[in-house]
Design a protein around this ligand. Structure first.
Ligand code: NAD
Length: 356
């Protein structure tokens, strides 16, 4: 197969980690007989420096014309003083909107060789952590109206949270279809005891569940879910939730698996094109020092193969290569432990490539 991949290296450690992910994709292409063609799409602080805006039209066009987009990370202290309409993150929001990416998927999986990095009690970690958070990405309070006004001699701020049935329905389908390929259990998280948006959420998700009789549906309040994720994460298979709850719970979920440097994410809309990236930022504190862990980005590339290109065997090959590299005791600084070999970003990429 021939696939065109838009590459957004971004800022900070972005170029370092994306280069390693591209190296791994090249190894996959060589082994399985595919051709991956890469086109650079500048975005973030580097694009502000070169073009005056965080997402130039030419980059957006490259992404929209691609089969999928691989992103490192954007942002850094150099651009913190930019006006908010021209900050690096604005490029990412604009890209998500233009690509109509309404669902974000983040796996929370603990590699058994990294259980020492898990902050949970060993007996809880031993039950295993392997679930996925499906988060609605372009609705809810983040996309509602925001205002601050004077009222009765003090400031009053308002953020509107709203959801329509179709916004809920389409992300619910993503969650149920994902559960069908996994352990067939969806936990829908809301605050239906308080919020109207949550009551609508619960009703629509329950309706969608009827299309997937092979998948079990459970409902859980968000406060309880935050507790259950640390009390017994093994009970979850697929979590589906709205934007704000998903933002918070997916960070909690990723933290219990160990390092932030290990976790990929995918954002998808209609069709097969997606945006794939690690969950972490541009890590300016270690940028340019060959210290970044590229595994989150490499696993994001594996998700791209699995979900956008329908290349399951190829994705399995990447995930197995990561597993074997960790089993061989090879570690970047963020996941290093006693008795393991400490390697940099480039060597980690080389080790994983050599196992494809
Ligand atoms: P961060 O995720 O960049 O870093 C947090 C900590 O984790 C740092 O100590 C960093 O060194 C470490 N870390 C992160 N990724 C790592 C990796 N792959 N290997 C080893 N260590 C790693 O978060 P931050 O410091 O809050 O943000 C830095 C910049 O990134 C900010 O400008 C922020 O806006 C931006 N950011 C971008 C994205 C994105 O592009 N999607 C996401 C989050 C933050």
């Amino acid at each position: 197969m021939n696939k065109n991949i838009a590459i957004i290296k971004g800022d900070g450690i972005g170029p370092e980690i994306v280069n390693e992910a591209m190296g791994v994709l090249d190894a996959v292409a060589a082994r399985f007989g595919h051709t991956f063609t890469y086109t650079d799409a500048p975005m973030g602080g580097n694009a502000i420096d070169a073009f005056g805006v965080p997402l130039p039209d030419s980059s957006l066009e490259t992404c929209l014309a691609s089969d999928s987009v691989l992103l490192g990370a954007v942002g850094g202290p150099k651009w913190d003083s930019q006006p908010s309409v021209n900050r690096p993150e604005r490029g990412l929001l604009k890209l998500r909107g233009a690509m109509k990416l309404y669902s974000n998927v983040r796996p929370a999986r603990m590699f058994s060789d990294l259980s020492a990095a898990c902050p949970l009690r060993p007996d809880i970690a031993a039950r295993g952590i392997d679930f996925v958070v499906v988060r609605e990405l372009i609705g809810g309070v983040y996309f509602g109206e925001h205002s601050t006004e004077e009222a009765d001699g003090e400031q009053k701020a308002t953020d509107i949270m709203s959801y329509t049935e179709h916004e809920i329905r389409r992300v619910a389908h993503v969650a149920f279809q994902m559960a069908q390929k996994r352990r067939k259990r969806v936990t829908s998280i809301d605050k239906a005891n308080v919020l109207d948006t949550s009551r609508l959420w619960r009703r629509v998700v329950t309706e969608v569940a009827k299309v997937y009789p092979d998948v079990e549906l459970l409902h859980m309040y968000v406060d309880n879910a935050a507790m259950q994720i640390v009390r017994d994460p093994s009970q979850f298979d697929v979590i589906v939730t709205e934007n704000l709850f998903g933002d918070i719970l997916s960070d909690e979920a990723s933290q219990i698996t160990g390092s932030i440097g290990m976790i990929p994410s995918s954002s998808m809309g209609e069709g097969t094109r997606g945006l794939y990236e690690p969950i972490h930022g541009s890590a300016p504190d270690i940028a340019g020092q060959d210290k970044a862990n590229p595994i989150g980005t490499i696993l994001a590339a594996a998700m791209m193969l699995r979900y956008s290109f329908d290349m399951a065997a190829e994705a399995d090959a990447i995930e197995a290569a990561v597993d074997e590299t960790l089993k061989a005791g090879i570690r970047c600084g963020d996941i290093w432990q006693e008795g393991c070999a400490l390697v940099g970003c480039r060597e980690m990429g080389r080790q994983i490539r050599s196992r494809i």
